[in-house]
Design a protein around this ligand. Structure first.
Ligand SMILES: Cc1cc2nc3c(=O)[nH]c(=O)nc-3n(C[C@H](O)[C@H](O)[C@H](O)COP(=O)(O)OP(=O)(O)OC[C@H]3O[C@@H](n4cnc5c(N)ncnc54)[C@H](O)[C@@H]3O)c2cc1C
Length: 399
């Protein structure tokens, strides 16, 4: 017997820490942010701390887009290996992207400390491993490249990995990585901004934008308008609805989470893991002793097709986990699927696609979406003030 449909009000209400009204009048502001996920929250934090007048809207309840699905491994290692990124984008862009990703993890920690968010941020090591002999030359080249450029990496042998309980043949260990609860951080950031003067409207869908001289006028589905000097699109994968340039290949990805373990296996106390497979698998623990596994990506974005595959992907991820960590008793408690996207060079897109309009984008696509959003936070003021900025150059549209 199906006693009710999936989501009723009471469980949601009790899980929702803060909720905001939908828009009910026309508004004027300096800056409008479209999107209340982790990106919109970080950008809002930056602008509010700079004393700007900001309004933020989201078509859903806040933080219920990709941020709610994210597994939130924070790594400076980008989906494209450093030695490959050097070939694709040149030495300066590749090294800066890796170095700034590392700095972003510490920047994020500083913000969390400032707003006193209990988002369970923890520093970890990152283990990039392979179980395939054929991937050893690739991994060795990556290790040598990172070493040569001063990254804090160690080579781990099959023996070292076996001691951790990981069935693999080699790995690069990086000293800097972290994990957190991305939903809690985004909720806390938005609440902080709201307390400091930002207006937030959820369930407020922007359906069109008009550009008039220096002003942008955003129209909502319920026929109100928000007039702003600048609009910042932090609309995640749904930004593909408004962009004319194709910047990302959208696909589907899958995650499972275990029941709480009586104690966290030693390997997961200190480290997160990902591998060289394509698509790659990744593993992390949570503060309440669960293990989360992600991967099994498929090259399509159709949501019905994606969700139908979930049972099959649960079995796949479970099997992969038991192969890699045969000594850990993983019992699945939760599973979910999400839309995900990667850019050609694994890097984000920041700035104005059309220099004549005051519409800016901060699009942290890929497995480093969150650290990319921190980088976006650091360049948004220069985008607004039309000032030169190296990241706006590296991550520009039309590159
Ligand atoms: C399964 C999964 C695992 C991931 N794992 C990691 C990871 O380990 N590490 C990592 O760094 N990143 C990871 N990512 C990526 C990361 O989660 C995303 O980069 C990040 O959450 C994007 O945040 P966002 O705020 O840009 O987008 P979202 O959270 O999607 O927020 C965008 C918001 O914009 C709103 N919106 C869109 N259009 C409109 C409109 N027209 N009007 C009003 N509102 C609008 C949406 O409702 C949405 O809430 C993962 C993603 C997925 C799906």
């Amino acid at each position: 017997m199906k006693l009710r449909s999936t989501e009723t009000f009471w469980p949601l209400k009790n899980a929702m820490l803060h909720s905001y009204p939908s828009i009910n009048s026309d508004i004027d502001t300096d800056i409008l942010i479209i999107g209340g996920g982790i990106t919109g929250a970080l950008i809002a934090y930056k602008l509010i701390t700079e004393g700007k007048k900001v309004v933020l809207v989201d078509r859903r309840d806040i933080c219920n887009g990709s941020t709610a699905a994210s597994t939130a491994l924070l790594q400076y290692e980008i989906d494209v290996a450093l030695h490959k990124l050097i070939e694709l984008r040149g030495l300066d862009c590749a090294l800066d992207s890796y170095r700034n990703g590392k700095k972003a993890i510490f920047d994020l920690r500083a913000i969390i400390d400032t707003i006193k968010s209990d988002c369970q941020f923890e520093f970890k090591k990152s283990i990039y491993f392979t179980s395939l002999k054929k991937d050893i030359p690739f991994l060795k080249k990556e290790f040598d490249t990172r070493r040569q450029h001063g990254f804090d990496v160690t080579w781990l042998s099959r023996f070292n990995l076996k001691e951790m309980g990981l069935n693999a043949i080699a790995a690069i260990e990086s000293k800097t990585a972290a994990i957190m609860d991305p939903y809690k951080l985004a909720i806390d950031l938005l609440y902080y901004c709201h307390q400091n003067g930002m207006q937030i409207f959820d369930r407020t869908n922007i359906t069109s934008i008009q550009n008039q001289k220096e002003k942008c006028i955003a129209h909502t589905e319920n026929k109100f308008s928000i007039t702003a000097n600048h609009i910042i699109h932090c609309s995640g994968y749904e930004s593909t609805e408004t962009l004319t340039e194709k910047v990302v290949d959208l696909k589907s990805t899958y995650v499972i989470a275990s029941e709480n373990l009586p104690y966290l296996p030693a390997a997961f106390k200190n480290a997160i893991f990902w591998n060289t497979s394509n698509p790659y698998l990744y593993f992390r623990a949570t503060a309440d002793n669960r293990i989360i596994i992600g991967g099994g990506d498929e090259d399509f974005k159709d949501a019905n097709k994606r969700d139908k595959l979930l049972p099959k992907k649960e079995r796949y991820l479970l099997k992969q986990f038991h192969r890699k960590f045969p000594l850990i008793n993983f019992k699945m408690d939760y599973s979910w699927a999400g839309t995900f996207g990667e850019t050609q060079d694994g890097l984000p897109y920041f700035g104005k696609p059309d220099p004549r309009k005051n519409e800016h984008y901060v699009l942290g696509f890929g497995g480093n979406g969150i650290t990319f959003s921190v980088l976006g936070m650091n360049s948004i003021l220069d985008s607004i003030n039309s000032k030169k900025n190296q990241d706006l150059e590296y991550y520009r549209f039309g590159r």
